[in-house]
Write a protein that binds this ligand. Structure first.
Ligand SMILES: NC(=O)c1ccc[n+]([C@@H]2O[C@H](COP(=O)([O-])OP(=O)(O)OC[C@H]3O[C@@H](n4cnc5c(N)ncnc54)[C@H](O)[C@@H]3O)[C@@H](O)[C@H]2O)c1
Length: 382
């Protein structure tokens, strides 16, 4: 198989996981990393065992060995890095959100179409084998017609006023914090496993911690800072609850927040149908709960031999051997790179991989929730 060269822009928290995932594929060479300065580019490349470290993303894009650009920069750079990569004819794997605003996201959809390359977004929870099992089970009618989806995505890493991240700065993250950062994952998962689009939303959003003591020196996501601090006002939401309507009149609701003690990465999604219910919880992601009325409930364990044939390949270890976040991430990368390896004309991404259109939709949903909340909680069309 022809080898494919990958370059990463933004090697903070999630960037190194992009590298780990593509290294597992066996036919991808991690060629270069770009940091925000020569020094950081070199240091990141060295610590990640990558041959070349660049001081700017432009330099990385000029490297002919880099065929696929992974964009794991903070949100405010997503549009410019992805747009520049597409203009150079590179394939793009962007971390979510696709862009900081819907208008930028729409532009990227068009630019990707024109570039005629593979362009994918990492809504990585789709890559979990039991998420795919749930999708297959719903599609073949195991739970009957869905009528209600509910769940939450709660975290606690912003619980105290000394917790700070660029994710709370609208200039760097966009107009939304919790909804854009993690609510977008819930909405994507809900739409993905049911194959139903969210059409209307009604949002109630709030900022629980209105002032935070921000470290003067910036640091990467989820890294503490012990130095001097300044008091800053926070205008974006850290907690939200949303009523949702899907196509076909299906109802739903979910809450998101990063100020909920004890909830680390607590993403839960449940689909209730005419015959039964299904629930998947990220923190116990090797189990799928199946709820019945007239017989005992079941827990399906992630065991390749128990999975539908079409999703068995997403489980890489026998039953009882836990697979997790990084494995799902690698499943998404495998699908993306299989399309790239096929060469032009590139096949469409399989449904398991989020497209730029899905990313645009995610931006639009967040916008609609913010609009709804600003209107005092009015039903708002996406
Ligand atoms: N899919 C997921 O589950 C998931 C998880 C975490 C983060 N993310 C997304 O990934 C992106 C990055 O998040 P993170 O948590 O890794 O943030 P982070 O702050 O830890 O990392 C961002 C990195 O980008 C670097 N950077 C800043 N400006 C740059 C520039 N001009 N050129 C090159 N590098 C530059 C920073 O130095 C830092 O190393 C965000 O958009 C976030 O939404 C997705």
């Amino acid at each position: 198989m022809t080898r494919i060269g990958m370059g990463l822009v933004g090697a903070g928290f999630v960037g190194p996981h992009h590298i780990d995932a593509v290294r597992r594929l066996g036919f991808v060479d991690v060629v270069a990393v770009a940091g925000s300065s020569d020094e950081s580019g070199r240091a990141k490349a060295e610590s990640l065992g990558v041959r070349k470290g660049y001081g700017s993303y432009q330099a990385l894009l000029d490297d002919p060995e880099v065929q696929v650009v992974h964009n794991a920069t903070p949100n405010y750079l997503h549009y410019e890095v992805t747009s520049a990569a597409l203009a150079k004819g590179k394939h793009v794997v962007s971390d979510k959100p696709l862009a900081m605003t819907s208008a930028q996201a729409k532009r990227l959809v068009n630019e990707a179409q024109r570039a005629d390359v593979v362009a994918a977004l990492t809504f990585n929870y789709r890559g979990n084998p039991l998420v795919q099992q749930a999708r297959v089970a719903i599609a073949r009618g195991d739970i009957g017609t869905p009528h209600f989806l509910y769940g939450h995505y709660l975290q606690d890493w912003l619980l105290t006023d000394t917790d700070y991240s660029w994710r709370l700065d609208p200039e760097k993250a966009g107009a939304s914090s919790a909804l854009g950062d993690i609510g977008s994952h819930w909405c994507d998962l809900a739409q993905h496993i049911t194959s139903l689009k969210i059409t209307h939303v009604l949002g109630d959003i709030t900022t629980v911690i209105k002032q935070r003591r921000k470290p003067i020196e910036s640091h990467e996501a989820f890294q503490g800072g012990d130095g001097e601090r300044e008091l800053v006002d926070v205008t974006v939401e850290d907690l939200a609850s949303v009523l949702v309507r899907f196509e076909n009149g299906v109802r739903g609701c979910f809450s998101v927040g990063q100020v909920c003690g004890g909830h680390k990465n607590d993403l839960v999604i449940e689909v209730c149908g005419a015959k039964a219910s299904l629930r998947w919880r990220q923190e116990e992601q090797n189990e799928l709960w199946i709820g019945h009325r007239d017989r005992a409930n079941e827990v399906l364990q992630k065991d390749p031999s128990l999975l539908d044939e079409s999703v068995r390949g997403y489980a890489h270890l026998p039953g009882g051997h836990q697979e997790a976040w990084a494995d799902a991430f690698a499943n998404v990368m495998r699908e993306i790179y299989t399309c790239i390896a096929a060469g032009p004309p590139f096949p469409a991404l399989p449904p398991m991989v989020a497209t730029f259109e899905d990313g645009f939709r995610a931006n639009r949903i967040v916008d609609a929730i913010l609009e709804s909340a600003a209107d005092g909680g009015a039903w708002t069309r996406v």
